[in-house]
Design a protein around this ligand. Structure first.
Ligand SMILES: [Zn+2]
Length: 471
């Protein structure tokens, strides 16, 4: 089941869109599905034209005026433009992220080159331009203007799918029969009635079978009281989630990293074999493929682990509310220096979205807060410095000596940022830093006369202790 969340204003009940997938379409008369095939062929070709346009010369615009010739009706034409704009938008943003990653790797490479720390085999990163997406599988994301779902009077079927076709005035009627589990999913458990199905539907053709996807909206009331205790969540790679009460959930180290290593080895062997066979003149289509099924499996594993971690975190903090980071792609990248393209693909940067989704589903209050400097700020005295983190795990304040796990310090900062109006009003990172340093000055004024041990020395002592601790 796929899920999507609509943005709502704070305080109002939250609306989630849920999908009922894999409703197989079987027409008693095969001619009907042939008509659908013909329609899909024309539709796919037109959508492809707009995808190419939106990925190359124009900015994606779902409301662009039609500019290609087609035998489809104007309504179908508009649906194709909308779908193409959506595809192009996500392709463009994925490409932009990949390009930024490349620039990042390039600057790291150049830094190391200047430092003289470059490894012998290290190659300068190269950018390979992305291909414009090619639509292969028929997929139609249609609205009520071109496909209508109608209740069937006859009890043999549940609905009729009324599809307008190339033949004007002669719509296609395809019977829809729901499986018992589809019916159960579409029944509101409170009222026992059938839910209201959204007017947009999706049709996919896979392995010669047409599949229908329906969606419905569900409203979830927020059950958390606004004065419930606040738990801050820090997001990372070493620990997917760290909470301000010092608990940790999920990690990329251990099992997942081992899998990733194995996967990399496998690909390396495969590439070697390919080269070898190529030299011997084996034709291209007989060579082992370079795409990695194990890579896909690894991505799925990471997603499952993230899901499990987020669920457990919520389970163990009943009756709490959450504050979590409003991460930018850049700050996530900073947290994930060693992460490779695979891990980026696996949506590690989307952990905050998992948190949002889980909270919405459970009716729990969760608020995103600014993440700027949350890992460099001392939770005790607000002093901000990159050097407060002598290594990845340790936080050790250079001024007051406060020492703890780096992720715990960050999650505590995040917890206290909930309801911090001054911080919320900051327009950029510089303003956040200035505010935190002002707070640090106030802290110094307050404790000027009560500190016996010079704070700096205490800090250094604590840091050396801590670093022997973690190695
Ligand atoms: Zn401090």
């Amino acid at each position: 089941m796929k899920k999507r969340r609509k943005r709502t204003k704070a305080g109002s009940p939250q609306v989630i869109t849920k999908a009922v997938t894999h409703i197989g379409l079987e027409a008693p008369n095969p001619g009907k599905l042939t008509t659908l095939d013909t329609l899909a062929e024309v539709y796919l070709a037109l959508t492809q034209q707009y995808v190419t346009l939106f990925c190359s010369n124009e900015v994606p615009n779902g409301f662009r005026a039609p500019c290609f010739l087609t035998s489809l009706s104007e309504r179908w034409h508009r649906v194709a433009i909308q779908q193409a704009a959506g595809i192009a938008k996500s392709w463009r943003s994925n490409r932009a992220n990949a390009y930024e990653d490349y620039l990042d790797q390039l600057s790291e490479y150049q830094e190391q080159k200047t430092d003289g720390t470059l490894e012998d085999q290290a190659k300068e990163p190269e950018w390979r331009e992305w291909n414009i997406p090619t639509l292969r599988q028929p997929c139609i994301q249609a609205n009520g203007n071109v496909i209508k779902l109608e209740e069937a009077e006859d009890s043999t079927f549940d609905y009729w799918l009324n599809v307008s076709t190339l033949d004007k005035g002669h719509p296609l009627l395809i019977p829809v029969k729901l499986a018992d589990y589809h019916k159960e999913q579409l029944t509101d458990p409170q009222t026992g009635k059938r839910r209201k199905i959204n007017s947009s539907v999706t049709l996919n053709k896979r392995d010669e079978v047409w599949w229908l996807t329906l969606t419905y909206d569900e409203t979830v009331a927020v059950a958390t009281s606004p004065d419930a205790p606040v738990i801050g969540i820090d997001v990372g790679i070493a620990n997917f989630l760290t909470t301000s009460d010092g608990k940790q959930y999920g990690t990329f180290n251990g099992k997942l990293r081992k899998r990733q290593k194995q996967d990399r080895e496998k690909r390396r062997r495969k590439a070697k074999l390919r080269k070898c066979l190529e030299k011997r003149g084996v034709p291209k289509d007989k060579l082992p493929s370079t795409s990695s099924a194990t890579g896909q499996r690894l991505i799925r594993h990471v997603r499952q682990e993230i899901n499990r971690a987020v669920n457990l975190c919520f389970d163990e903090h009943q009756d709490c509310q959450f504050a979590y980071e409003q991460l930018s792609v850049a700050s996530m990248r900073f947290k994930a220096r060693t992460m490779n393209a695979y891990m980026r693909a696996s949506n590690l940067a989307h952990i905050p979205d998992h948190i949002t989704w889980n909270a919405t589903k459970r009716g729990v209050l969760a608020t995103r807060v600014k993440s700027a400097y949350s890992s460099q700020e001392c939770h005790m005295c607000h002093y901000v410095d990159r050097k407060n983190r002598p290594n990845q795990q340790t936080f050790c304040c250079r001024v007051c000596g406060h020492t703890t796990h780096a992720d715990t310090n960050a999650s505590q900062n995040i917890a206290s940022r909930l309801g911090d109006l001054e911080l919320r009003a900051c327009q950029n990172r510089q303003e956040v830093k200035a505010l935190l340093m002002r707070r640090h000055e106030q802290w110094k004024q307050k404790f000027r006369h009560s500190v016996v041990v010079p704070p700096v020395q205490l800090g250094l002592w604590a840091c050396s202790e801590a670093s022997t601790d973690v190695g």
